[in-house]
Each structure stands twice: as C-alpha cells, then as structure tokens.
Design a binder for this molecule. Structure first.
Ligand code: GDP
Ligand code: MG
Length: 598
C-alpha cells in the first residue's frame, strides 16, 4: 500500500467515554467483520476486560475503507487502555501511529485521563481529531464540552465530530475525518534496510509468541531471517499477517504498515518492546529510538490458601508472566504463610487483574498480602538497596535513612467536592502543587507518597466525591522521609504478612486502626487473643479478643438438626479460607481489610 493511502491512529479517552464502542462501530460500518460475528467490545478479548468494561492490552485492527474521494484506504487502529496503571501501554502504542481520535463523553466532559492521554498523544506529535461522543444522551452538551476542550487542552475543537458510538450517529464523519485530517505515515522507503518497531508481544496458546510490529523502512516477508537489534537474537519469520481483527496472513508488510509476525520465539521476555527488528543480512545499522521500559511499582505476596497448591500456583504465575512482561515474580517464603511468590505490578488494577486470573482461571484460592512500594534503604555502612517487602526490613539501627517513591497526582472534581478531596490528599501526606478551574470543575495537582495511594486512595476518592472525581498520576522520583516498619502480633506471634511501612507520625493512628479492625476480622477462639501493633520492640496499640464462651451451636437448642448441620458446614467452609498462625485462625480477607483506612 502506498504511504498516502495509509492512516495509522489510536483512540484515546477517559475510561467509559466510549472508545471501545467507537472501535466496534468503525469495524462494523466498514464491514470488516461479518454482521453475524459482531459482538460488543470486539477488541476487549479477555474475560476480565469484558466484565469490568475496561481495556487492558492494546489491540489492533486493520480496516479497509473507500473514502468519499473514491480512493481505497487502509486504516490501522490501535485501541489503547484507559486506566492509569496501563499508561505505559498507551504511550508505546502511540509511538506506532501518527494520529489520535480524542473521544470525550459530551455529557461528562474532560476528565483526568482525557488529559493524561491527550498529552501523551501530543508528545508523540500526533495530529488530533476531537470526537464528542454520546450525543444521544439528553444530558449531552457538545457545544459546552467543545469549549472546555479548547480551554483546558488548548486544541481547536470547532470542527469536532459529534457522534453517538452507541446508535451510530456521525460514524461516517469520523471515517472521513481519519482520512482527511490525520496524516499518512511521514516517511518510509520500501527498498531501504528493514526497520520494524516492536510495538507489543504476547503469548498465544496455539501460535506461541506473537509480535506486533510497525514497519518504518524496508519490507518484511515470510521466511525472512531477522534479528532483534537490542538482544541480537535471531529468528526466521514463519508467519506474517494483519488483524481484521482475526489474524489473516499476508505476503509482506511494507513501510507504514502494522501487523504481526511469529518466529518460533519461546517467551515474551525474549522480545523487548521498543526494540528494532531488522534483517540478519544487509540490516539497518542504527536502531529506532527505544521506549522507556515499564517498571513494577507495587509489590505484594501471593500465597495459596491450601499449601498443597503451591506447584499449581507456580505454574499459573509462570504462564501469566509469559504473556505479560510487566509482571514480575520471585519465590518467597513467609514464616506464617509458607511458600508463595512476591510479585511486582504496574499498579493496583494490574494486581487485581492478575490475582483474579489466578483464582478464576486456575482455581487457586489466594492470600494476598498488603501491597507495598519499593523503598530505598541507605545503610550506615554506605550501602544502598531496595526494599520490596517490609518483612525484609533490616535492623533499624543499621539504617541511615529511607527514601520512598512520590507521585504527581492530577485530580479533576466538581467544585462542591473539592474540600473533601483536599482533605483526603492532606490526610495522605500530600503537598498541594496547583489548583485551577476548568469550567465548574477544579483541577488539583498534588505531590503524594505512592505508598499512601496504592492501597485504597482511588476507592476513597470515588466515595468522597460520589464517583465524580477523576484521577491520574505519574511517578516523580524518591524522597527521604521518616518511615518505620510496623509489625502486627497476634497472640504474641508476629505475623510477617501483616507488617507495613508507615510514616512515624502516623504510626500510632494506623496501628490503632489496624488492631481494631483485626479484632473484628478474627473470629473468637476458646482462649483470649492479644492483638498488638509494634515498632521495633515497642507496642504502640493493643486490643484483646475475648474468649468464646460456648459452642456456637448451643444457640440452636439442639432441636433443629438440619440448621445445626448447616451452621457447622458454614463454619467448615469458612475455615477453608483461613490460615493458622500459631494457634490462631486468621481469615484470608483480614490481610487486605486490616489495611483499609476509613
Ligand atoms: P471505553 O472505556 O472508553 O472503552 O468505553 P466503552 O466503549 O466501553 O463504553 C462505556 C459505556 O458507555 C458502555 O456502557 C457503552 O455502552 C456506553 N456508550 C458508549 N458510547 C455511547 C453513546 O454514544 N451513547 C450512549 N448513550 N452510551 C454509550
Ligand atoms: Mg474499552
């Protein structure tokens, strides 16, 4: 395909503003997929994506479109994830395309991820076409939202497309805008040495590792001997094709085109996203500029409730990691929980997605320990290292100082909830950097410690603003603060899976809240159980769970046998989800619930 007949673009939007629905309409209205194969959110393929209505992995589709000028065009769409945890996927898929459709819900307006994503698109030098979606809703105010886009983002929105991705209104205009207003690939010589950008890769049960590429220069054919410029790994291309959105084989891919290859690659880890693929012979000498690698920022332990399932868990985690290079893991042993894995994630949603998949797809009940960030420890002897797990904290007397990761958070919120948002950020040790207005919404920027955010900040923000706030963040680097390890002792035994890093000034408050919660979460036993929070050897909070007086079934007066049986069965089922710590049973949910602050 000649360059001037190719348009490569992505769709960017805040979550729920309708990107996936728009992608569906574009695919449908160009007959890319037969009507009978059409199903909602065609590109959201994972079950969890469908269930939660979010897009996790970026997806690609090639659309053939005959424009009003009578010419045939190839449109390559890359659908990007909208959630903050996956911001990295957004930024790398943007590098493979030249333009973006900026979808904004005309009844909601600009939100935090609208801004974050559009700025990423601008950084990638994209041409941007604003699209106001959901004009079918009575609450839609396209004129006002167009003005807001101009005010807040600073791009011209006077000729924004007004559409309803749901009903199909305005879809032909979007297709024309893609052809007329987005640029073709800037350059590309079919006879030059091959330079293909490795945009993404994943593991497919039938095909092995599939690699998504964008050809910059040269031509890639089936059977070609290729080489990854960063790793110097060599392969022979055994399949080459495009997504419609199903895989379809093609003879070759030329400049400006986007497609996939398979080449007997063993694991996703062998393919470095951002790497340049070239021919083994007469290849390019200079690589394309790489991408920033994604780094896990949140760590937690995953342990099987039933220790006999450890090998199953290992297998599940290894399989998931094959398909997700941003997920890291290493074996961990805990005195309380036995064998498990310490896993690293891009954020909390990423953590939840992986945990859900292990539980659901592999049928393993898990204990998830408190999420933690990475601390930098500077020791008295001059050495520095990273702390991924509070349980590994060295003796405090050997430590000179500790640094913690900070983020820059941008929150958009209707005026009436601003006070609550400021209070929440203040309570989480935030430092206000900026406060401006965009229409009736306030935009606040805060410098916050990541450890105060990873846990339940997003839930709290949603609840204090009745769901009206939107939130985005970026990593800002490390800063020193007065941080200590808080241990929890149940029945005088430390439970390592409950230890956390806290700010010294908040330790008493957090400790008190945790022991109170645990007192409610741990069932009564035949003996009384002290629950304590301690820093070093010093107890800072304490509760006592009193002993159970009678058999729980005594209440049933012995008469109703079936009821009694039911109660015992329920107890047994409850037991399954518990682990023994010394003589005490702690329910699985306690490990997460105990840390929630409210
Ligand atoms: P995404 O998170 O940006 O991919 O958003 P989705 O495409 O998943 O859409 C989010 C929700 O908005 C879904 O329930 C859609 O059915 C709904 N939606 C999308 N477009 C429209 C529209 O034009 N009008 C209305 N009324 N609802 C829409
Ligand atoms: Mg979506």
């Amino acid at each position: 395909t000649p360059l001037n007949r190719i348009r490569n673009f992505s769709i960017v939007a805040h979550i729920d503003h309708g990107k996936s629905t728009l992608a569906d309409r574009l695919i449908q209205s160009t007959n890319t997929v037969a009507e009978r194969d059409m199903q909602a959110q065609l590109l959201d393929s994972m079950d969890i994506e469908r269930e939660r209505g979010i897009t996790i992995k970026a997806n690609t589709v090639r659309i053939d479109y005959t424009a009003n000028d009578g010419l045939d065009y190839v449109l390559n769409l890359i659908d990007t994830p909208g959630h903050v945890d996956f911001a990295y996927e957004v930024s790398r898929s943007m590098r493979a395309v030249e333009g973006s459709l900026l979808v904004v819900d005309a009844s909601q307006g600009v939100e935090a991820q609208t801004l974050a994503n559009v700025y990423t698109a601008m950084e990638a030098d994209h041409e941007i076409v604003p699209v106001l979606n959901k004009v079918d809703l009575p609450a839609a105010e396209p004129e006002r939202i167009a003005e807001q886009i101009e005010d807040v983002i600073g791009i011209d929105a006077s000729d924004a497309c007004l559409i309803s991705a749901k009903t199909g209104i305005g879809i032909p205009d979007v297709l024309e805008a893609i052809v007329k207003r987005l640029p073709p690939p800037h350059s590309g010589d079919p006879d030059a040495p091959l330079k293909a950008m490795l945009v993404d890769s994943w593991y497919d049960a039938y095909l092995g590792v599939v690699v998504l590429v964008r050809i910059m220069d040269g031509t890639l054919k089936k059977g070609d001997n290729i080489k990854m410029m960063q790793t110097d790994a060599k392969y022979s291309v055994d399949r080459i094709g495009v997504f419609r959105p199903q895989m379809e084989n093609v003879q070759e891919l030329g400049p400006g085109e986007i497609g996939f290859i398979t080449a007997q690659i063993k694991q996703v880890r062998d393919t470095k996203v951002g790497d340049t693929i070239t021919h083994e012979k007469k290849g390019a000498t200079e690589a394309l500029p790489g991408f920033q690698p994604s780094q896990p920022v949140v760590f937690c332990g995953l342990f099987p409730v039933d220790s006999a399932q450890f090998e199953d868990l290992r297998e599940a985690i290894e399989k998931l990691a094959l398909n997700d290079a941003s997920f890291s893991y290493e074996m961990e042993t805990s005195a309380a929980l036995g064998f498990g894995f310490r896993c690293g994630f891009l954020g909390l949603l990423h953590l939840e997605v992986i945990r859900d998949r292990v539980e659901r797809e592999y049928n393993i009940d898990l204990i998830t320990t408190a999420p933690s960030v990475i601390y930098h420890i500077y020791q008295r002897d001059g050495t520095k290292h990273e702390l991924h797990n509070p349980a590994d904290m060295p003796d405090p007397s050997t430590i000179d100082h500790l640094e913690e990761p900070r983020i820059k958070a941008t929150i958009l919120v209707p005026d009436e909830y601003l006070g609550d948002v400021l209070k929440l950020c203040q309570d989480r040790r935030g430092i206000q950097l900026d406060l401006t207005y965009a229409g009736a919404r306030a935009m606040v920027v805060y410098d916050l410690p990541l450890n105060e955010v990873v846990f339940d900040f997003y839930d709290r923000l949603k609840s204090v603003t009745k769901g009206y706030a939107s939130f985005d963040y970026s990593m800002e680097g490390y800063r020193e603060d007065n941080l200590v390890k808080m241990s929890i002792l149940v029945n005088d035994e430390p439970v390592d899976a409950l230890s956390t890093m806290v700010h010294r000034d908040r330790a008493e408050m957090r400790g008190r809240a945790m022991v109170e919660k645990l007192k409610d979460l741990i069932p009564r036993h035949m003996f009384k159980i002290p629950i304590q929070a301690a820093i070093g050897g010093k107890v800072i909070a304490r509760e006592t769970l009193s002993a159970m007086r009678k058999d729980v079934t005594a209440k049933c007066y012995g008469g109703d046998a079936s009821r009694k049986k039911k109660l015992l069965e329920k107890q047994k089922a409850g037991k399954k989800k518990m682990r023994q710590f010394g003589k005490v049973d702690i329910p699985q949910e306690a490990f997460i619930s105990a840390l929630k602050m409210d």
